[in-house]
Design a protein. Structure first.
Length: 166
């Protein structure tokens, strides 16, 4: 299995919204964030030409990022996964990954610091380390067997600037 972790693109500033966690969940991508994510999606498609499943945090900025990716991959449906929300359960996410086909390529769109912690956990089995992803960055992890904490191998991790150059 291949797991492509993608952090959402640049979103509107929190200061533009009324205070509260529920409002934070509604922050959309900026126009610049959408534009940069379209470029990143083009580069990601070249690097990972086939995707079977795209899953996203239910927060608007992640969902919009996932939809940009989905358009690049033949308009795949985007699945919303609560474990990809900020503070979500990596164990629930791992259980969900194990339900996917063993040869699947899965894209997970979410937030920091959760994605960085997830990447480290999948690669090392340790939850204390973090491999932070910048907004719009991607990280590809390969599993030779069923996904497991510490069972992944890092294929690559690319910043948005590097994706822009591809």
């Amino acid at each position: 299995m291949l797991v492509l972790l993608v952090r959402h693109a640049k979103a509107e500033a929190r200061s533009l919204l009324r205070p509260g966690a529920k409002m934070d969940a509604r922050r959309p991508l900026t126009d610049a964030g959408r534009k940069r994510m379209r470029k990143a999606a083009k580069a990601l498609h070249r690097l990972v030409p086939g995707v079977d499943v795209i899953a996203s945090s239910p927060l608007i900025r992640a969902r919009e990022t996932a939809e940009i990716l989905a358009r690049r991959y033949d308009d795949l449906d985007v699945i919303e996964l609560t474990p990809l929300s900020p503070g979500g359960s990596e164990r629930e996410l791992l259980d969900w990954l194990r339900e996917q086909r063993a040869d699947a390529t899965v894209v997970l769109v979410g937030h920091e610091p959760d994605l960085g912690l997830l990447a480290s956990w999948l690669l090392t089995g340790k939850k204390s380390a973090s491999t932070p992803l910048r907004k719009g960055a991607g990280c590809l992890i390969r599993f030779a067997e069923a996904p497991a904490a510490g069972g992944g191998a890092l294929e690559w991790m690319l910043t948005p600037k590097l994706l822009d150059k591809l």
